[in-house]
Design a protein around this ligand. Structure first.
Ligand code: QV4
Ligand code: CA
Length: 472
């Protein structure tokens, strides 16, 4: 359950946060597939509580396991999964089964269902109070029993040791597998017992006929472990991959200038990160781009220069399975996705002629630098890091075999040097400042001589990346 099942020569999971299924289907066909992305993570797809002012976080408050949210209904979801698989892009679903919706009295759901919270009654599953742990709050993260059996921010806590609860979860997940999903993000995995998760995962079907016979779902579990708590990320790695929040924090610290880039020479397990195959990596996610888990250190779209460098490093380096955050613009933490003020329907991203998004959507995955590095990662797959260079401070460079070369300059001044690129003689397009278009570069062109050497100028706080797929 550690294999993401990407199609050959594809990589990266894009989290299309709060996107509608119809828009995701179109994005698979028109952008993600042609540009080599591996898959998409969708926001929770099951019926959720309608919360006043429609904050994004209402999607983490389940009312039932019927597929109906502001992203679309079951039919839209199925169509999307079929379309994305057909063009070689996998779908991963965010699964929220640690808890159900909170509230004071009756709560209404996005599919017309209701729940009565004081009785822990969710008739459209159905769950009643016998399916939950006793009410208690999580206050002490040094107490694993409390973390697993009490309530995360007051959300009624399901008891996954019960056969009835396990069966509801397994049936929901198996339905999605049969629709053709490739796997799952397990929300709040820290708050569930590894043994219960193990039973649930083992009862999941093999993947559908879009996959090799006998394929198991890819599972990546949300366990925030920055050290110092009772629950450890290593408790979950035999079950599936784990979201590596230490990666997010350390990479953000480095490219913010709070830790010299030269130290990245030993990036990986030596930094206390999980072994690569267990590690789902990202610069920011939908939580820590707002607050929490690393807080103010985390780089996001709001710091574009440093963010691009960090994402480029993540994609240039072979460690982990990378996930790209694709956000909507926000001014305050709870702000929901762009929506029509009267109908509250989510507004689709509009794509401009230069390929970027508008209508309130950031679409980091469409930034030239980020999509360019997806192409780089696909091209250098399987090639080791070679010829590490650094200036003993905040400029670093390395090759990936003889297929790719990348240099990062996080110094206050531009840098110009002769580098050994490991590449064969010829002209290459920098995939950060532009791309290869026919026989020209829309950005910087890099000439490599017969010795593999090239004089390269890298602006302050930027990256230059070339690979054999962008040779002209
Ligand atoms: C409020 C009070 C509580 C009180 C409760 C009583 O704050 O003290 O007990 O009312 O009813 C929202 C509100 C929160 C509110 C809660 C219940 O923000 O103030 O509690 O609803 O009404 C997201 C948001 C949460 C949000 C939640 C449910 O981040 O703010 O809570 O959705 O809508 C830890 C965990 C980790 C978790 C992370 C945020 O280990 O697992 O916190 N991350 C995942 C998701 C995250 C999501 C959840 C888990 C919950 O990535 O997005 O929380 O599904 O680190
Ligand atoms: Ca729990």
């Amino acid at each position: 359950q550690h294999n993401p099942h990407f199609f050959p020569n594809r990589t990266g999971i894009v989290h299309l946060f709060e996107w509608k299924f119809k828009d995701i289907a179109r994005e698979c066909e028109t952008y993600l597939s042609p540009n080599g992305f591996g898959g998409v993570q969708v926001s929770p797809i099951n019926e959720n509580a309608i919360v006043f002012k429609r904050p994004w976080f209402e999607r983490y408050q389940p009312i039932s396991y019927r597929i109906i949210t502001r992203s679309g209904d079951e039919n839209d979801f199925r169509n999307m999964v079929t379309k994305c698989n057909t063009v070689g892009v996998r779908v991963y679903v965010d699964i929220v089964v640690n808890h159900m919706a909170a509230g004071n009295g009756q709560v209404n759901g996005t599919g017309g269902g209701t729940a009565f919270i004081p009785d822990k009654s969710y008739p459209n599953v159905p769950y009643n109070e016998t399916h939950f742990h006793e009410t208690c709050a999580i206050n002490d993260y040094n107490n694993a029993v409390e973390v697993r059996n009490c309530e995360l921010v007051g959300l009624p806590d399901l008891d996954q040791s019960l056969e009835y609860v396990r069966a509801r979860i397994v049936n929901f997940m198996n339905k999605l597998i049969d629709f053709g999903v490739a796997g799952f993000r397990m929300d709040a995995a820290k708050h569930m017992w590894p043994n219960d998760l193990s039973v649930i995962y083992n009862r999941l079907n093999n993947l559908s006929n879009y996959f090799a016979t006998g394929s198991r779902p890819f599972i990546y579990q949300e366990v925030i472990d920055l050290g110092g708590e009772a629950v450890k990320k290593t408790e979950y790695i035999s079950l599936g991959a784990v979201t590596e929040f230490k990666f997010s924090l350390e990479i953000s610290r480095a490219f913010r200038g709070h830790n010299e880039l030269k130290w990245l020479k030993s990036w990986g397990v030596k930094w206390g990160l999980l072994p690569s195959k267990y590690s789902l990596v990202f610069v920011d996610n939908h939580d820590n781009q707002r607050n929490g888990a690393g807080g103010s250190e985390i780089l996001t779209y709001k710091f574009p220069k440093m963010y691009v460098m960090a994402v480029a490093f993540m994609l240039a380096h072979p460690y982990g399975t990378p996930r790209i955050m694709s956000s909507f613009f926000f001014d305050f933490i709870d702000q929901g996705p762009p929506a029509n003020v009267s109908t509250e329907e989510i507004i689709s991203p509009k794509i401009l002629s230069n390929g970027t998004c508008t209508n309130g959507w950031v679409c980091e995955h469409r930034w030239t630098e980020i999509v360019g590095m997806i192409g780089f990662r696909n091209r250098v797959r399987g090639e080791a890091i070679a010829n590490w260079w650094d200036n003993d401070n905040n400029a670093i460079a390395f090759c990936r075999g003889n297929k790719g070369f990348v240099v990062f300059n996080n110094e206050p001044d531009d840098l110009q040097l002769t580098f050994n690129t490991c590449l064969s003689r010829g002209n290459y397009c920098d995939v950060i400042s532009g791309r290869k278009s026919g026989n020209i570069c829309t950005g910087q062109q890099i000439s490599v001589n017969e010795k593999g050497k090239s004089v390269i100028r890298i602006k302050a706080q930027s990256v230059v990346a070339v690979h054999s797929g962008a040779k002209i």
